[in-house]
Each structure stands twice: as structure tokens, then as C-alpha cells.
Design a protein around this ligand. Structure first.
Ligand code: 5GP
Ligand code: MN
Length: 368
């Protein structure tokens, strides 16, 4: 497999990582399989280095809780959640001699933790690496591996580990990938491609999967753990969304589903329960755009969100083929993302976000 990364950049990463003794790995808000896989996959590999081995030398910090269906991942039980333990997260970050960020492109994507990251990097001059596949990385890291054409950050982590292992001056990195790391990396490669059903036409990717399986990864078990692990409530929520809430806009080959907070309560909504719902309308023949919105948070009145609203709406969009949704998310919902998978936010009741959607989609979506 040919290397993607410029050798100078790999050398710089090798220099930084060979000096690392206490690391923090950060990944994005509402962590998904690729966020958890890339951060934990890297953690397990780093922990196998003689320079990093030992309790508490490498910690993954996430801004808010990861969904239950990822809790089986090796090392997930050691992840520090900023929203639950901000002091610990801040202290770890302040004490780290090296920071690695995976699967996000700007400090804003890790919420309030992003402000702390920026401050720590400036004050302590902590070396920082970024490994990511989102467009337009902000200039906050010293070494940036940004490849938006890559289907997952997990794949980039795998490739970087491979390249580091081949650096002649750094025998330290020659150790083989362990099964824990390989399992985590396989998870993100699988989830960010919808179990290899989109962004999955490059042969290289299967060479990596093949190598992971050869290392002992039980790919079928990973699939089961991730995709067959929902609650009955979540299945009923899906049924409700598709039966009662899916609005189809045939002229634009689009569909929209939106949920109010009280509808989520009805199905005992928990983090991760919305995963995958946005993809479902694309199963309808001739539906190529899909949008899913839900009221995410109702804050106490004394902690108003941006715009003075108590409600934050989380917006997810998906599309097929050459129909970008990232520009729509960027311009209408202050978000962004990949061509076919993007998201954003709105502060206010979901009906207002729907209105904004209706006022704008025809400017961005291709007509039939
Ligand atoms: P999801 O729909 O799974 O939450 O997010 C899909 C993709 O959209 C993410 O991988 C990320 O690239 C992007 N995304 C989601 N929400 C936001 C957001 O609020 N802001 C930005 N910039 N990107 C987002
Ligand atoms: Mn990703």
C-alpha cells in the first residue's frame, strides 16, 4: 500500500511522539464510531510503546458521553468525559506533554473543551497532532494529517501507524498493531462507511480491513456489537419516525424527519438512539437528500444558549452521489461536514428550524 502522507510530516510526527510520555487524545462532540475508534485505536497503539507504557500515561477525553452501543469498545471504560468531570479533563490536558486530536477539524467541534485546548496549547506550547478527514482544518495543531477524501479517521490513524513503523530512525515504532487497537480502528472504518456501503469504493480500504482481520479482528462481532445493539425503545422510535414523521418532498427527492423533545421522552431517548435514522429515508427509491432534526437540549432559563434560546436543535443531513449537503448545513445551520454527511445546529424550537429548512432547501438541492 502506498503512503498518503509526506515523509517530512511523518518524520515530524515521529519526533513528537517519540518524546511523548504523557498524552491526551481528544475527539469530537457526540462521539461516533470513528471518533471513538480513531482515538482509542491510537491510544492502544501508543500504550504498547515502551516510552508510554504504564497506568494513566495516555488518556482519551471526549466532550460529552458516547452512545451505549460503543461502550463495548476496548478502553471505553477509561475514557474521560469532560461534561461529567471537567476538572479532571482540564487537569489532564494541562499536564499532557503531547496532544493528539482525531476526527475533528476545529476546536469548536469539541465544545467548551475547545477553549481550554486553545489556551493550553498557547500557554504550555504543548505539541499537537491532528489526524482528521473533515474539510478546512483550523490552524491549531503543529502537524496536520487532514485528508477529507479519506472515508474515516480510523483509516488515517492506521496509515500513520504504518508509516511510523517504517521510519528507519525510530525502531520504537516498529511494534505490530495489537488486537485492541485493530478492533477499534476496524469499528470506525465500518461505521463511517455505513458498514462499507458508501465512501467505500477504494481498494486500499479493503487491504487495510484484510490486514486488521489477519491481526485477529472479528469483523462480524464488531458489526453485531455496533449495529445489533439497540433497545426496543429505539426500534419503536424508528418506527414512529418512519410511519408518522417522515415528510417527503418528491420534486427535490428529499425527506425530512423532525422530533420535539416530548416525542423523544416518549421513547426514553438516550444518547445514540438517533444514530442512523437520518440514513433511512435514503432507502426510498429516488430519495437522495435526507434531513433529521431533533431538539437536543432544553437548558434551564438561567443558562441561555446562543440567541437566548433554551432549546438546541441538532441537525443531521445525508445525501447520495454528487449532491453536497455540507454547504447547506454551513450556510443555514452554522455547521458543515462531508459532502454526503453533514450537520449543524439551531437555537430555538424545532419548528423554526424546519421553517428555515423549508425556506432554503430549494436553493441548494438539485431538482428532479
Ligand atoms: P452526524 O449527522 O452524524 O451528527 O454528523 C455527520 C457529520 O456532519 C459529522 O461527521 C461532522 O462532520 C458534521 N457535523 C455534524 N454536526 C456538525 C456541527 O454542528 N458543526 C459542524 N461543523 N459539523 C457538523
Ligand atoms: Mn469520522
Amino acid at each position: 500500500m502506498t503512503s498518503l502522507f509526506p515523509v517530512e510530516q511523518v518524520r515530524e510526527a515521529a519526533r513528537i511522539l517519540s518524546n511523548a510520555r504523557k498524552l491526551v487524545i481528544l475527539t469530537h462532540m457526540s462521539p461516533d464510531g470513528d471518533a471513538m475508534g480513531s482515538s482509542l485505536g491510537l491510544m492502544h497503539w501508543l500504550e504498547s510503546l515502551p516510552t508510554v507504557q504504564g497506568e494513566g500515561r495516555c488518556t482519551v477525553i471526549v466532550p460529552n458521553p458516547f452512545p451505549d452501543f460503543l461502550s463495548w469498545m476496548p478502553g471505553a471504560d477509561r475514557v474521560v468525559v469532560y461534561e461529567k468531570d471537567a476538572d479532571k479533563a482540564k487537569q489532564l490536558l494541562a499536564e499532557a506533554d503531547t496532544v493528539v486530536c482525531t476526527d475533528f477539524n476545529e476546536p469548536k467541534r469539541i465544545g467548551a473543551l475547545g477553549e481550554w485546548l486553545t489556551e493550553v496549547l498557547q500557554t504550555n506550547r504543548t505539541p499537537c497532532l491532528l489526524i482528521d478527514h473533515h474539510l478546512h482544518p483550523a490552524a491549531f495543531a503543529d502537524v496536520v494529517f487532514s485528508y477529507p477524501e479519506s472515508p474515516s479517521s480510523c483509516e488515517l490513524v492506521f496509515r500513520l501507524i504504518k508509516d511510523l513503523a517504517g521510519m528507519p530512525d525510530y525502531p520504537l515504532f516498529g511494534c505490530p498493531l495489537n488486537i485492541l487497537s485493530a478492533t477499534c480502528l476496524c469499528t470506525g472504518m465500518m461505521t463511517d462507511t455505513g458498514n462499507f456501503s458508501f465512501n467505500s469504493n477504494r481498494a486500499d480500504m479493503y487491504e487495510i480491513v484484510s490486514e486488521l482481520v489477519r491481526l485477529g479482528v472479528d469483523k462480524d462481532a464488531v458489526y453485531n456489537s455496533v449495529f445489533n445493539a439497540y433497545t426496543a425503545d429505539r426500534m419503536r422510535l424508528v418506527g414512529y419516525c418512519l410511519y408518522q414523521k417522515m415528510v417527503v418532498i418528491p420534486e427535490y427527492q428529499a425527506a425530512l424527519i423532525y422530533l420535539k423533545r416530548k416525542e423523544l421522552y416518549r421513547f426514553n431517548f438516550r444518547s445514540g438512539d438517533a444514530e442512523g435514522i437520518v440514513n433511512m429515508p435514503l432507502q426510498v427509491k429516488d430519495i437522495h437528500y435526507s434531513c433529521f432534526m431533533r431538539e437536543d437540549k432544553v437548558m434551564p432559563a438561567e443558562v441561555p444558549l446562543a440567541g437566548g434560546s433554551k432549546i438546541k436543535v441538532k441537525i443531521s443531513m445525508r445525501s447520495q452521489g454528487d449532491r453536497p449537503v455540507n454547504e447547506f448545513c454551513h450556510q443555514v445551520f452554522h455547521g458543515g461536514g462531508h459532502k454526503n454527511a453533514s450537520g449543524g445546529e439551531y437555537y430555538g424550537p424545532v419548528e423554526q428550524a424546519v421553517e428555515l429548512f423549508n425556506q432554503n432547501y430549494f436553493k441548494f438541492f438539485l431538482k428532479e
